[in-house]
Design a protein around this ligand. Sequence first.
Ligand code: GRG
Length: 274
Amino acid sequence: MIEKLIIEKSKDFEQTLRELFDKKKTKYPPSLFHAMEYAVFSGGKRIRPILMWLSADFLGIKWDKVKDFAVALELIHTYSLIHDDLPCMDDDDFRRGQPSCHKKYGEAMAVLAGDALLNLAYETVLEALRDDNKLYASAIFLAKCAGAEGMIGGQAQDILMQDPTEEDILNIYKKKTAELIKAAVVTPCYLHKNEPVYDDLNLYGEKLGIIFQLTDDILDQKQNEVSYLKKTNRQKTIQKINDLNNEIKDTFKKYGEKAHYLIKFADYICQRNH
Ligand code: GRG
C-alpha cells in the first residue's frame, strides 16, 4: 500500500536528515543551528524525497546514489518555506500549525537560517559530486529548478502579477511549486541511459506539481492570495486535478506494473487531506 510505503520512507529519511544535523551541531552558531533545526524538524511531510525515492526505484537506480540530492531538495524546500513566511513575502505567523521560523527566532535569524539551509543543500550536493562526477548533470538540473528559472522565478512572478488569468495562475504554479516536485522526479534520470523516459518523468513532475498546488489551494485557503480555486471554483479545480492525473495515467500506462507506485502516489496526492 502506498500509505505504508510513504510512512516507511519518510521515517528513514528523517533519520538521514537527523544524522546530517547531528554532524553540524557543534559547527554552527547555536541560535542559527536551532532556527535551522526548528524549520527542518517541524513535521514536514517529506513528499519530495519520497518522490525522488519512487523515481529512482522506477528507474532501477540505487537510493544511495541519489539520497544526497533528496536531502538537498528537502533543505531547499525548507528554506523556501522560511523565506515565504517572512513579513516581506506572505507574512505568515504559523507554519505546520506552529509559530513560523521568524516568529520563534526573529526575522534576522530566519533569513540566515534560510540562507544557511540553501548553502548546506549545495554543500551536500558538492560532496556527492566529489564521490561520483556522473552526478554533475543532476546537480545542474536541481540548481535550475530551485533558482530564477524555476521556483524563485515563479515566486517573483507571483508577487509581481497583477490580475492574473487562469492560465497565468497555472503558469506560476508550474514554476513556484512544480519545479521542486519535478526536481524530485527528474534528478535521478541523469543516472539512467534511457533518455525517452526523461520526457515522461518530466511530464509526471510538472503535472503532479500543479496538482499538488491545486490540492493545497483547497486545503489551505488564504484570504489575500490569488489562487486557481478563487479565480474559478471548487468544481473546476477538482476537474483540473482529475484531468492532470488522467494525463499522468495515460502517459504511464505503457510501463505497466513498473509504474504502479508512481501512479498510486499521484492518486494519493489528488486525494490528500493534509
Ligand atoms: C521564498 C525563495 C522563495 C520561494 C517560495 C512559493 C514558495 C517558494 C513557497 C511558499 C509556500 C508555497 C505556496 C509553496 C508552494 C508549494 C507548497 C504547497 C508547499 C508546501 O509543501 P508541503 O506541503 O510542505 O510539502 P511540508 O510542510 O509538508 O514540508
